[in-house]
Design a protein around this ligand. Sequence first.
Ligand SMILES: *Cc1c(COP(=O)(O)O)cnc(C)c1O
Length: 433
Amino acid sequence: MNYYSLNKKAPNTSFKNAVIKGLAPDKGLYFPVDITPLPKAFFDNIENLSDVEIAYQAIKQFITSEIPDAVLKKIVEETLSFNFPIVTLNDRTSTLELFHGPTMAFKDVGARFMARCLGYFNKDSTKQVTVLVATSGDTGGAVASGFLGVKGVHVVILYPKGKVSAIQEKQLTTLGQNITALEVHGVFDDCQDMVKRAFLDEELTRRIQLTSANSINVARWLPQLFYFMFAYKQLYKKHKEIVFSIPSGNFGNICAGMMAQQLGLPVKHFIASNNENNVVTRYLKTENYNPKASVQTISNAMDVGNPSNFIRIQEIYKNDFKRLKDNLSSYSFTDEETKLALAEMYNQYNYIADPHGAVGYLGCKSYLKQNPNAHCVFLETAHPTKFLEVVEEVIKKKLDLPPQIKAVINKEKVAIPIKNYNDLKGFLLNKQE
Ligand SMILES: *Cc1c(COP(=O)(O)O)cnc(C)c1O
């Protein structure tokens, strides 16, 4: 499969090269040249297919012969070694739980898939690939766990000191092996800026093969389209009009849902549910795209001022504002509203959500007021214990820690403190020798 750069100033490239490079040489995001819908029979009979079979059929065309069928099947199988259950709250609302993986955030699927693809492409190479990633919390843990032990790949995670939750910090600093955590004296934006600067640093990129494991990487982004098919499989016999509410930050997850729809998945509508970082909510109202510096909220994985994947959504709708608006609604909610939603779900449905899922739930409620015939599925993107303090305070109950969290909580943190870009560059170059 070929990919083109959305900046249109770089040559088309293979899946392999898109995965290894992350971004195109013109700094554009890669996008597949063709999208061929799956046969209608695939969706009509989807309840008879296993999750692995669904995922394999759906992703195959984006990779083609670059990974042999048997290897790709194995990669999909290993990626999806946990469940994606639907929990129904009422006639019109369900949630798809995406937090049953090793780090209990939905990013596990993309990280595990990408790690295995990179491992395959790198198996005969003597050249190390360095995956450089900045995290505000969940990405770091998922990438660390997904890439642990992958041959020829070294992972370097930058995280802001004191700004990730205690559990998130343990998840990204305790694995060892090929994973290194750098604790940055600064905020998330400083981490992100250093990573961007590294990609533009010619001296560095001449000596080191750097790639990104954020959702700009096609191998992390595309597997997220599986979720929407897994939800459809569990609901299509009961509900005719299925809509999805996606708690959104960088808009990679929702954009993957739109790719599933391009493949023929019968989705009626998408809802981008935002916290107060609401550039897309404002855009759909005013047609003005006005990125702003991010503000801190209790759903911190969505504290993104300028979502990197929105340009892919514009590409899907060919920059046609009306077409986009027919298929996408967006709402924005405050932390106060989010806490009330957590309490409401607990009191009315005995369901414990996390703050991101709660924003998704609110998106469903807003949409359903205008569209009473729809069945709305909100994605529950992280396990509530990852945001223990907020959740326990709101529902006034202690939560049990799941085994994935218990396993890291008493391990010893190992991180290298850094202050600035020179520290990062020095570390990367030394590592090379
Ligand atoms: C990353 C993340 C999101 C946002 O996903 P995007 O693909 O960036 O829009 C939402 N919830 C949680 C828990 C996350 O970790």
